[in-house]
Design a protein around this ligand. Structure first.
Ligand SMILES: NC(=O)c1ccc[n+]([C@@H]2O[C@H](COP(=O)([O-])OP(=O)(O)OC[C@H]3O[C@@H](n4cnc5c(N)ncnc54)[C@H](OP(=O)(O)O)[C@@H]3O)[C@@H](O)[C@H]2O)c1
Length: 356
């Protein structure tokens, strides 16, 4: 087993979990987006090795979550599994799932929340039931609303738990392709029509994917990028707003891992991007799911992680990848405390409710 200092991109998530058993044993942990062959399942499996009290596993498809639970049960039969169905793209569904959880007196507290579910590369501009671009609605707004609606369970854990109480938001290297387009969240304008600081990274996208999107109002990678930037800024805000409870939040890039995330992607463009990443010295698509889940587990259970540093306007210590904090891997626009506050306010408007 690797020691803490030896953790790296290919460490197994179960080895990370085994290094911090006290942060997991007897804890209640909720993971969104758990289905066969996903990072959510690999994360749950790693955590299940260290006897958590309860794993609450969410997904939008009952069959898929149940298949994941069956897989977990066959290896870790002693863990208590709870299934919670939620479609994160629908605010109504998120409110209903949160209400179900809040009503459940058998789950008075949640120690670790891993906001892991996600969609990527939706080919055409698509609006959610609530009229919001669907990647942003699913990856950011659904998790924002769900987290805020159940936050009292985390606060309850912070009052009684000895171990870390954490909120982990899965992000991606792909955040680098777009800041938050505050003036055009829903992708109706081409880059040149946006204020400079809101424009997508056209050159970076062309370098990785071999395509010029300057005349397109919408591109899947930019909507994914915006939503993944939002995941980091959400972590920034959570640290700011929940620090008095000792609750901390980190945004995790898992690396390139073979899951179902690429179901909407153009295979030729993905191949191009992976080849470019390799040229730049990144590990490419070589991580297994057990390795890909390592940073989620590390950020969730390592009690020695430093709190996020708000001394400068660009915060430090919020972005985690390969079992390490990486400020250099995080775009400036994704760790800007002012943008984090702006996004929080905008998201409150979009869900019609104020929090924290
Ligand atoms: N794999 C990678 O290389 C990679 C790289 C960077 C970041 N990430 C991030 O890692 C996270 C996990 O992704 P993954 O690679 O494990 O992909 P995945 O296999 O596609 O899993 C994504 C999970 O999210 C669920 N989901 C999607 N839309 C949802 C919705 N509207 N409501 C509720 N659940 C929904 C999916 O359920 P269904 O199957 O029912 O749709 C699935 O369980 C994502 O946030 C992704 O952005 C992955």
């Amino acid at each position: 087993m690797a020691t803490t200092t030896e953790f790296n991109s290919v460490t197994l998530a179960s080895d990370v979990a085994a290094a911090f058993p006290e942060s997991i044993k007897g804890k209640t942990i909720l993971i969104t987006g758990v289905s066969p062959s996903s990072l959510g399942l690999a994360t749950a499996a790693a955590l299940a090795t260290q006897a958590p009290k309860r794993l609450i596993l969410t997904g939008r498809s009952a069959d898929k979550v149940q298949a994941a639970v069956d897989e977990l049960k066959s290896t870790y039969p002693d863990v208590n599994y709870e299934v919670l169905l939620v479609d994160l793209s629908s605010q109504e569904s998120v409110r209903s799932a949160a209400a179900t959880l809040n009503r459940n007196a058998e789950i008075p507290s949640i120690d670790i929340l891993i906001n892991n579910a996600g969609v990527m590369d939706i080919p055409e501009r698509t609006l959610s039931k609530d009229g919001i671009e669907v990647s942003f609605a699913t990856n950011h707004i659904g998790h924002f609303l769900f987290t805020n609606l159940i936050v009292e369970k985390l606060v309850a854990a912070s009052k009684s738990s000895q171990g870390p109480v954490r909120i982990i938001n899965l992000t991606s290297f792909g955040h680098q392709f777009s800041p938050i387009r505050f003036s055009n969240i829903d992708f109706t304008k081409i880059a040149a029509e946006l204020p400079e600081e809101e424009r997508p990274e056209l050159q970076k996208a062309q370098f990785f994917y071999g395509r010029d999107w300057s005349n397109d109002a919408y591109a899947g990678m930019f909507s994914y990028g915006q939503s993944k930037t939002a995941n980091i800024l959400f972590s920034v805000s959570l640290n700011h707003k929940l620090r008095s409870y000792g609750i901390t939040s980190y945004a995790v890039h898992p690396g390139a891992v073979d899951t179902n995330i690429g179901r909407h992607s153009n295979p030729a463009e993905v191949e191009h991007a992976l080849a470019r990443a390799k040229e730049l010295g990144f590990a490419g698509g070589s991580k297994t799911r057990e390795q890909g889940a390592n940073s989620s587990v590390w950020a969730a259970v390592n009690p020695h992680l430093a709190p996020v540093d708000f001394v400068e306007s660009l915060v430090k210590g919020v972005y985690v990848t390969d079992c390490a904090v990486s400020d250099e891997g995080c775009a400036d626009f994704a760790r800007n405390a002012m943008y984090a506050e702006r996004l929080w306010n905008l998201t409150e408007e979009l869900v019609g409710e104020k929090f924290l």
